[in-house]
Write a protein that binds this ligand. Structure first.
Ligand SMILES: [Zn+2]
Length: 267
């Protein structure tokens, strides 16, 4: 496996490959930038630049691009994205990245239902611990394992306003742990081995796969209150690569504005 085409999830929760000296340099500047009135900056000001740099670092991290020799001592946990398969078939109905999902026009401004990681939930007391993927096939669409794994937990996850109970399935994929949630009651069982691409279950009436990503060794899913939990990872970049393998950006999906959608306050 090439070191440059992998995902690194181990080590520090956010930027395991970012050398400490870069963090030490960049974070105070970013903080200071936030404290300075925006009008002091030209159109593309320092805060924007810092955000841009942050995205570059993050992209490098997800792409497995080593930012310094220090990366050689990071935990050697690497799962190449090319070795994973997408959890649903086809191009999703709605984008899942923060920028695209806000821009797509499908959700109200300040919505509690945005599909992106970290989106507000429960009147801003909680953050969205995963991303919501709306498969093209809608309710009943199969949800597939990203990789070989073992089923750790199956339990009710979220109950819809109409009483439908949806389920979460926690899978140990060795290098990482994933929660495939808001499914119809699955037919698989705890401790069963599952093969890559094998069906874990089907999307429930919420019409979405709620997907959470955790560091290896995680044994339960969680809700995100306050600071981002150390074992909870942002799956956005990984899923974008899997769901839109030929696109530079998820872009807008076809027909998203035309569709009427019941805004159930999903997880
Ligand atoms: Zn969700």
């Amino acid at each position: 496996m090439k070191e440059t085409d992998g995902l690194r999830y181990a080590g520090a929760p956010r930027y395991p490959l970012m050398p400490a000296w870069i963090l030490a340099l960049v974070e105070p500047i970013g903080l200071a930038a936030k404290l300075v009135p925006q009008f002091l900056f030209p159109l593309i000001g320092l805060p924007h630049m810092m955000h841009f740099l942050n995205r570059i670092f993050h992209t490098c991290l997800i792409s497995g691009i080593a930012l310094s020799p220090l990366s050689a001592v990071a935990e050697p946990l690497v799962t190449p994205i090319t070795a994973l398969v997408a959890p649903v078939d086809g191009r999703p109905q709605y984008p899942l990245t923060r920028t695209e999902s806000i821009a797509c026009g499908h959700w109200d401004k300040n919505s509690q239902d945005y599909p992106y990681f970290g989106a507000p939930r429960s009147r801003n007391t909680r953050n969205h611990a995963g991303v919501d993927i709306y498969p093209a096939g809608g309710a009943g669409s199969p949800v597939k394992a990203l990789a070989d794994g073992v089923i750790l937990k199956i339990a009710p996850f979220y109950t819809r306003a109409n009483g439908e109970v949806t389920y979460g399935v926690l899978v140990d994929h060795a290098d990482f742990v994933a929660n495939y949630a808001e499914l119809e009651k699955p037919e698989i069982t705890v401790s069963a081995a599952i093969k890559q691409g094998e069906a874990i279950g089907r999307v429930s009436g919420t019409r979405q796969l709620h997907f959470e990503l955790y560091t290896k060794g995680t044994t339960d899913w969680l809700q995100w209150y306050g600071k981002q939990p150390d074992n909870l990872l942002d799956p956005t970049d990984m899923l974008v690569k899997l769901l839109y393998p030929n696109a530079a950006s998820p872009g807008k999906s076809d027909g998203m504005a035309a569709e009427s959608y019941s805004k159930t306050p999903a997880n």
